[in-house]
Ligand binder design. Structure first.
Ligand code: NAD
Ligand code: IPM
Ligand code: MN
Length: 359
């Protein structure tokens, strides 16, 4: 058995429900492929505020840094609105503390799933894109001020911050269809003008084989709905990436389907679905666990270098979805736990088929 230490941060709302499913799926992978995943559960977000007063306790941060990888459910909820500390602070702080500047949010819409989107099947069928969202800079992390009559959030980007996430996006484009669309607001924002200059230079100097185009974020929001199949790698700053990734989740039919990987130059990655704590459905076994389960697959691929195992999870999810075994957000009847069981069953079937092919 190969041992892997995974810090699990269930967080708030549906976070504990979907992380429990992800761990069950990883245990199935461990059984069949010969790995032992050791989980260390820690507090973050509202749960951490309730227990310790802090959204990111030191013990959580230290454990994350020492782990092989981190799985995170979601943080936040109305319970902590208006409080002195916010759950979301914990999430931003752990991303910063771990140096996770590149947030990858992939989306594929297979022909069998296209009818689940509220958009026309012809528009979404075959979509295969990945958003590279800068995750530790921009307006999220600039100075904030507040007086009785004014408030401000400062947006700052350095050349180096733009260069490193751009390189990550270009590298990935090389393994895909060779196209990067960089999204900014260069007609208004100085940070966007710097962004565009730096991305253009990195492409010219280091990635001449990659096609680069620039788009303004407002029209990009429209194009992503009108012609999403034209996009391959989408590179953008922190806040635009946050907003556009929720938008593209509609192409796949539910925000509950989308995973993400947050990576730095070295050290463990953090893997979380793109959705939030979904307070409206929390505690009712209604959440779609697929985004969390696919995040665990990204963890196997990017942090643990277990490519076959990651492929097995993705194939299992695809098989379950294709069979119509889906949760309520996609019009189905399965609960969160039952959807997890269906994925585990599919992993067993996939492993059995693979084992019998080699003989
Ligand atoms: P949300 O993503 O939690 O929910 C938006 C809608 O999508 C809701 O109707 C919800 O029921 C649905 N939904 C989300 N995930 C789902 C799933 N797995 N299965 C089925 N349906 C799902 O966004 P929100 O309501 O704007 O935010 C709620 C809280 O979550 C806020 O406190 C916000 O700050 C926080 N949040 C956290 C994260 C994170 O931890 N990474 C991400 C986004 C939002
Ligand atoms: C996300 C979330 C977070 C973000 C919030 C909860 C801080 O919306 O991961 O997409 O804006 O990054
Ligand atoms: Mn978001």
């Amino acid at each position: 058995f190969q041992d892997h230490t995974i810090v699990v941060l269930p967080g708030d709302g549906v976070g504990p429900e979907v992380t429990a499913v992800a761990c069950a799926v990883l245990d199935s992978i461990g059984d069949f492929y010969g790995h032992r995943f050791t989980y260390q559960e820690h507090l973050i977000g509202g749960a951490a505020i309730d227990a310790t007063g802090e959204p990111l306790p030191d013990a959580t941060r230290d454990a994350c840094r020492a782990a092989d990888a981190v799985l995170l459910g979601a943080v936040g909820g109305p319970k902590w609105d208006g409080g002195k500390r916010r759950p979301e602070e914990g999430l931003l702080a752990i991303r910063k503390a771990m140096g996770l500047y590149a947030n990858l949010r992939p989306l594929q819409v297979s022909p069998v799933m296209a009818h689940r989107s509220p958009l026309k099947k012809e528009i979404v069928e075959g979509v295969d894109l990945i958003v590279f969202r800068e995750l530790t800079g921009g307006i999220y992390f600039g100075e904030k001020t507040r007086t009785d009559t004014t408030a401000s959030d400062l947006c700052v980007y350095s050349v180096e911050e733009i260069e490193r996430v751009a390189r990550a996006a270009f590298q990935t484009a090389r393994q895909r269809r060779g196209k990067v669309t960089s999204v900014d607001k260069a007609n208004v924002m100085e940070t966007s003008r710097l962004w565009r200059e730096v991305v253009t230079r990195i492409q010219a100097e280091e990635y001449p084989d990659i096609t680069l185009e620039h788009a303004l974020v407002d029209s990009m929001a429209m194009h992503l709905i009108r012609k999403p199949r034209e996009y391959d790698v989408i590179l953008t700053e922190n806040m635009f990436g946050d907003i556009l990734s929720d938008e593209i989740s509609v192409l796949g039919g539910s925000i509950g389907l989308l995973p993400s990987a947050s990576l730095g130059t070295e050290g463990p990655g953090l893997f979380e679905p793109i959705h939030g704590s979904a307070p409206d459905i929390a505690g009712q076994d209604l959440a779609n666990p697929v985004g969390m389960v696919l995040s665990a697959a990204l963890m196997l691929r990017h942090s643990l270098k277990l490519e076959d195992e990651a492929d097995a999870i993705e194939a299992a999810v695809a098989a379950v979805l294709a069979a119509g075994a889906v949760t309520a957000d996609l019009g189905g009847e399965l609960g969160c736990r039952a959807a997890g069981d269906a994925i585990c069953d599919a992993i067993r079937a996939i492993h059995w088929a693979a084992a019998h092919r080699v003989q």
